[in-house]
Design a protein around this ligand. Structure first.
Ligand code: SF4
Ligand code: SF4
Ligand code: SF4
Ligand code: FES
Length: 978
């Protein structure tokens, strides 16, 4: 295809590497047909799948057909008429984008007549377009400009003196992109991208003929329904919709493919660069998880990486009441090592531990747990998955045999019934939500189990839930029993599947259990607060509606019965035969980018990489021989145990990488008390986060743009993270700038200072070690990732290209196992003092503790956490919209502003937890999942009252954090958003 001249200019940039990374725009989407058709285009014979457009076939044959309104991420539209062709035996000049191939066709794409038509069309476009190409921000990256050249347009006969749109006003309201209607050619690619790719329907073409123009909502982009996904900007062939960073910095010069550092969808992006500066992040159309789509976070919210709050030099101090001392890397590392040695000598090795994060790469997690196990000499290592998806790991391992989701995201396109439990995909997993909405618009059925009316219930255009099971928080297990009861008692079990694939005895025991009258929807109606008829109808729909897929989130796991519920979900999927093929499955939607990976890499205290127990002799011997150190066979402490022991005075040193336990773990006062009791807290992070305010050593981390490694998303997809710029964390020593380090290098430096050399020269060598020691990763290497783009584990001799769908012929554990899931109501009960239930969740524009997104322009959409309350509950308390309210639980109190809405049911309030001063976790309790200690974040009994001042905790927090920022040479101003 070397002779292609007129293609989407993105591919003309120099890519760091790529053979999978074909960015060519084929004009129309690929056909999925198995039937092949052969035709002649100009002088070339080509065979393509039936249903392929002539345009796509031409481009595949290396023949360029000019186009403007077509792009291969959207269905053909046929409006610009630039792509006309001649077909022998047919009259007229059909548009090649809307005309499908047919056997034996003879197509001509370049004739004098076609050239005339195309020139005439272009002339009309250009006559109403500002000819400021030389000064236009997208000069050299504009399809209109390319096409003018391609059709040989040399002169424009129609002057500018007639009516035109050249003075149309710009819309600059969106923080990240500009809409300049004077440059719009009304090709409607943006409108279609918003509909087809994103599913938001924020744009329309209003008016007709000359008057037609793109319109966004009532006023402008910011006030419209637009969710800033960037799909329209990506699709726009002109400079009409364009990133403000491109206007500021100019067209990028080169690009590097990497992976989003936010959520568990794991979108692939091309970081488009000018020198060492990112100009924009463009979603990679060959990304296995995102296919060229993005959300506002990955696409636009990367400015935190260079935010002035970022700390880029190591710091140490003796006590948390001392100011920080800025030091060089060697001094910081040696000080940390000496403290660890001192504490080990005084209190023993089990008084120390490490916490990794799902924001770290696989390689960073791996070296951190290796440091703790092999060098500290203890298994006291845990990860933030403890507080989110640890029940998924446990529940799926027990039932199916592997601690991971069963499907690819693409599998949803073959689902007939989608059951979402305790997840809010349009906010939490937006790119996957767009794909799911596409399938729903095609007609798949939707059942949502959630206490709150999430957008997919009825607030997404052309999508609505067939059933909304608005259960009371904390009653998930009762719901899964009631659904199973209907399946079992109404004869809807897929017995063939169960007989062939599952442990029959376990099935019989489960069947008899759920069939008990006390598990019927009617018996559980009061507990659930859901009409039993709706529960019955949902169960029937799921069991009989074709391919049934279950997607769930933290609304399942963050409960005292989180693990029980995960097993209940697996039971239901097995009983209805919905595991082991495309379109079905059990799919945990992971919150953070590398939740799956951090668990895979042995970050839990009882497991080595690959989920092998530390007491397993053979596995321990393998790691002892590879690492050359004796290893403990006793599971170490989980995060809550570390904190309890620290509070009691027996846990003294913590190495905390990329995780902010002081903000993200429950019962903040207990966490901070525990941190205060420790003698050496080492925090490795980008910012002086809440935990770092209690630290003695601060190692500045590298952002995802500054390092190489891999992330593993919710589909088990291992994707490359690639260094696009040098790490910015080089210390200034005696006026000399030291080199910066990737995070794994910092861990390796600490290890060396503790007397154990980790001899890696590059992150790829860490992955080689992981592959050598972990059967499910045996075939993974950076080289293969570069060749394939991404790999879904297991990847080994049996599956050298990875495994998109799991458990196809048999479950990983052999036979699937049913578990009895007895519903035990949470002990966190409402009473007269605490009559409401608080539940929590996330919103689209912010991300978890907000450390990254709060330092971007995303604050335009969510500058504070708000508590939602039902009108009845508000009225009873004399609360009005926008009032400050005190929220008091058994653990503590905080104050937030109120929003009155029927999205929450009476008796339930809801908030997000993206801002530290909100103190959402000051009120959450220490109740936790019986199997994994995952906190019961989703159920807290509270009272709400009107107040007019901050809570005691918030006032203390304000004073404390101001002092800590001053100790680091930052004032409160520096902490504010730019
Ligand atoms: S940014 Fe996304 S949601 Fe907003 S108008 Fe464009 S396509 Fe639609
Ligand atoms: S804004 Fe861009 S994509 Fe939308 S109609 Fe105008 S030129 Fe086409
Ligand atoms: S959906 Fe998730 S991975 Fe994709 S761009 Fe958004 S935050 Fe990043
Ligand atoms: S590209 Fe075919 S009509 Fe516009």
């Amino acid at each position: 295809m070397d002779d292609i001249k007129y293609s989407n200019t993105h591919h003309q940039h120099e890519h760091s590497r790529t053979n999978y990374d074909d960015q060519l725009d084929y004009g129309t989407p690929a056909s999925q047909s198995d039937v092949q058709v052969t035709l002649m285009i100009d002088d070339r014979e080509i065979t393509v799948p039936e249903g392929t457009s002539i345009m796509r076939a031409s481009i595949m044959a290396g023949i360029n057909v000019p186009k403007l309104c077509a792009t291969d991420s959207l269905e053909a539209f046929g409006s610009c008429r630039l792509c006309v062709v001649e077909i022998e035996g047919r009259r007229g000049y059909p548009a090649s984008c809307t005309t499908p191939v047919a056997e034996g066709l003879k197509v001509h794409t370049q004739t004098p007549k076609l050239a005339d038509i195309r020139r005439g069309t272009m002339e009309l476009y250009i006559s109403d377009h500002p000819l400021d190409c030389l000064t236009c921000a997208t000069n050299g990256d504009c399809e209109l400009q390319d096409m003018a050249g391609a059709v040989g347009l040399r002169e424009v006969r129609y002057g500018y003196e007639g009516e035109n749109h050249l003075k149309a006003e710009k819309d600059e309201s969106n923080p990240y992109f500009t809409f300049d209607p004077s440059k719009c050619i009304v090709c409607s690619r943006c409108v279609r991208a918003c509909e087809e790719t994103q599913g938001t329907y924020a744009l329309t073409i209003s008016g007709r003929g000359f008057e037609s123009k793109v319109a966004s909502g009532i006023n402008n982009f910011l006030d419209s329904e637009c969710v800033s996904c960037g799909a329209c900007v990506q699709a726009c062939p002109t400079a009409t919709l364009i990133e403000k960073t491109v206007i500021e910095h100019g067209v990028p010069e080169h690009s590097v493919t990497t992976t989003c550092a936010y959520c568990g969808v794991g979108c692939s992006f091309d970081a488009e660069m000018k020198g060492e500066e990112v100009v924009r992040m463009v979603p990679n159309k060959n990304g296995g998880a995102n296919h060229g789509h993005s959300c506002v976070k990955g696409r636009f919210a990367w400015g935190y990486a260079t935010h002035k709050d970022r700390i880029t030099t190591p710091m140490i101090r003796k006590s948390i009441t001392d100011p920080w001392q800025v030091v060089g890397w060697d001094e910081a590392v040696n000080y940390a090592a000496s403290e660890i040695k001192r504490i080990e000598a005084k209190y023993g090795k089990h008084a120390m531990g490490g916490i990794t994060s799902s924001r770290c790469t696989n390689e960073e997690v791996y070296v951190t747990q290796k440091l703790v196990r092999a060098v500290f000499g203890t298994n006291n290592v845990d990860t933030c998955a403890r507080v989110c998806h640890s029940p998924t790991g446990y529940g799926l391992k027990q039932t199916l045999g592997e601690s991971a989701g069963t499907q690819t995201f693409d599998s949803v396109m073959k689902s007939d019934v989608i059951l979402i439990i305790g997840a809010n995909p349009t906010d939490g997993h937006p790119v996957f939500a767009s794909q799911m909405k596409r399938r729903l618009r095609e007609g798949a059925k939707l059942i949502i189990a959630d206490p709150r009316e999430i957008d997919l219930v009825k607030n997404s255009p052309h999508v609505h839930a067939d059933y909304h099971l608005n259960l009371r928080p904390g009653t998930n297990v009762a719901l899964i029993s009631a659904l199973a009861h209907v399946v079992v008692t109404e004869g809807l079990v897929k017995e063939d599947f169960v007989k062939a694939r599952c442990e029959w005895d376990s099935f019989v025991a489960w069947r008899d259990f759920v069939a008990k009258p006390e598990n019927s929807p009617e018996a559980l109606a009061d507990e659930l607060g859901v009409d039993p008829a709706i529960v019955r109808a949902s169960a029937r729909m799921f069991a009989t509606g074709g391919n049934g897929a279950i997607y769930y989130g933290l609304g399942v796991t963050e409960h005292s019965q989180g693990s029980t519920m995960v097993m209940g979900i697996a039971n239901l999927a097995m009983a209805t035969g919905n595991v082991g093929r495309e379109g079905v499955g059990v799919n945990p939607l992971r919150g953070q980018n590398n939740v799956q990976g951090s668990c895979d890499m042995g970050s839990m205290p009882h497991e080595y990489p690959g989920y092998r127990h530390v007491s397993d002799e053979a596995t321990r011997a393998l790691f002892e021989s590879a690492w050359g150190r004796p290893l403990s066979n006793e599971p170490g402490l989980r995060i809550p145990n570390m904190l309890d022991q620290a509070s009691e005075g027996s846990f003294k040193a913590l190495y905390c990488v990329g995780e902010d336990i002081a903000q993200s773990d429950p019962n903040t006062k207990h966490v901070t008390h525990a941190l205060e009791q420790m003698e050496c807290v080492i925090v490795q992070d980008l910012f002086l986060n809440e935990t770092a305010m209690y630290a003695h050593v601060f190692f500045p981390g590298a952002s995802f743009l500054e390092k190489s490694g891999t992330f593993t998303n919710a589909e088990r997809r291992i994707s490359p993270v690639r260094r696009v710029m040098n790490p910015k964390n080089g210390a200034l020593v005696n006026g000399k700038q030291e080199a910066g380090y990737e995070d794994w290098e910092i861990t390796a430096k600490l290890s060396k200072a503790l007397g154990y050399e980790m001899n890696y020269h590059h992150a790829s060598e860490i992955m080689d070690e992981i592959a050598a020691l972990t059967p499910t990763f045996k075939g993974v290497s950076f080289k293969k990732l570069d060749e394939l783009g991404s790999i879904q584990w297991p990847c080994n001799d049996e599956a050298p290209l990875g495994t998109p769908t799991m458990h196809i012929d048999e479950f990983v554990r052999g036979k699937g196992k049913f578990f009895i899931t007895q519903y035990v109501p949470t002990t966190e009960k409402v009473n007269a003092k605490f009559p409401l239930i608080l539940t929590t969740g996330r919103i689209l524009s912010q991300y978890n503790v907000g450390a990254q997104t709060r330092r971007t322009k995303n604050v335009a959409w969510h500058s504070e956490d708000i508590v939602e309350i039902h009108p009845h509950d508000a009225e009873e308390r004399g609360i009005k919209e926008g009032d400050w309210v005190g929220i008091t639980s058994r653990a503590g109190e905080t104050v937030l502003r109120v929003k009155i809405t029927e999205r929450v049911q009476p008796g339930v309030i809801y908030t997000t937890f993206h801002h530290p001063e909100s103190g959402a976790n000051v009120i959450t309790t220490e109740n936790s999942d019986w199997a994994t200690n995952c906190p019961e974040f989703k159920v807290t009994a509270v009272q709400v009252t009107r107040v007019n001042q901050l809570s005691d905790w918030q006032q203390h927090y304000k004073t404390f954090s101001e002092a800590q920022l001053a100790f680091a040479g930052r004032d409160q101003e520096a902490a504010k958003i730019e």
